[in-house]
Design a protein around this ligand. Structure first.
Ligand code: AP5
Length: 213
């Protein structure tokens, strides 16, 4: 029987968290919860939360802790999280990690996907996403089988606004100053494992599954 995995994926923007979250979700039948995707959906549908978050996302800054903590608290209360879940992009600050502890959520695994800043800047230029279903591709390492359309739903692929190189650089700075300290936070709890991101996506997937045991 598969164990109840309550996993956090850490890693810089573009390290491959969303890509690996999709694979783990399919293998273990547990939901992948991306705070970035939830915020982008709120922006697209023009909700109050979306309107207030938009300027943070556009400049590569973090949305305020209380907003994302509220999002995650509500999402984890949904019935589909009872058998486990993957958090992709949360927590991103020490106060967010402390809030998770205060909610009484027991995390079983934390995987940090490590990729150098130089490779990330290279990679982000080739990312293509489907706004409709959320599928992610890369023009060379993970092309859509449908060319410039989504291989899942057929919608045209787009470039994320925050993949502009100047915004990517800001996101990397934010990652190093505010999110990287979480590696220590979870190492002290004895649940941190490091996955070295590989050139080939399937090689990173193999290391990810090995780390999950
Ligand atoms: P979010 O959407 O979470 O973005 P991110 O963490 O910056 O990460 P990305 O989605 O950009 O990258 P990823 O690691 O998932 O990589 P991917 O798999 O796509 O957050 C966006 C914004 O929302 C934040 O800046 C912030 O403003 C806000 N936000 C979200 N959560 C928040 C929080 N908790 N607190 C405050 N604010 C928050 O892969 C990247 C590309 O590389 C793809 O093209 C992929 O195909 C390719 N690729 C992946 N793996 C490989 C590989 N091994 N080899 C080659 N190519 C690969």
């Amino acid at each position: 029987m598969k164990r109840n995995i309550r996993l956090i994926l850490l890693g810089a923007p573009g390290a491959g968290k969303g890509t690996q979250a999709e694979k783990i979700s399919a293998e273990f039948g547990i939901p992948a919860i991306s705070t970035g995707a939830i915020i982008r959906e709120a922006i697209a549908s023009g909700t109050e939360m979306g309107k207030s978050a938009q300027s943070y996302i556009e400049r590569g800054a973090l949305v305020p802790d209380e907003v994302v903590i509220g999002i995650v608290k509500d999402r984890l209360a949904a019935p589909d999280c009872a058998g486990g879940f993957i958090l992709d992009g949360f927590p991103r600050t020490v106060p967010q990690a402390q809030a998770l502890d205060e909610m009484g959520v027991e995390i079983t695994d934390v995987l940090s996907i490590e990729v150098s800043d130089e490779r990330i800047i290279d990679r982000m230029g080739g990312r293509r996403v489907c706004k409709k279903c959320g599928a992610t591709y890369h023009v060379t390492s993970n092309p859509s089988p449908a060319g410039d359309k989504c291989g899942v739903c057929g919608d045209p692929l787009t470039i994320r606004a925050d993949d502009d190189p100047a915004v990517v650089r800001s996101r990397l700075e934010v990652y190093h100053s505010q999110t990287e300290p979480l590696k220590d936070f979870y190492a002290k709890k004895g649940i941190l494992k490091v996955v070295e991101g590989q050139e080939k996506l399937e090689d990173t997937t193999a290391l990810t599954f090995r780390a999950l045991g």
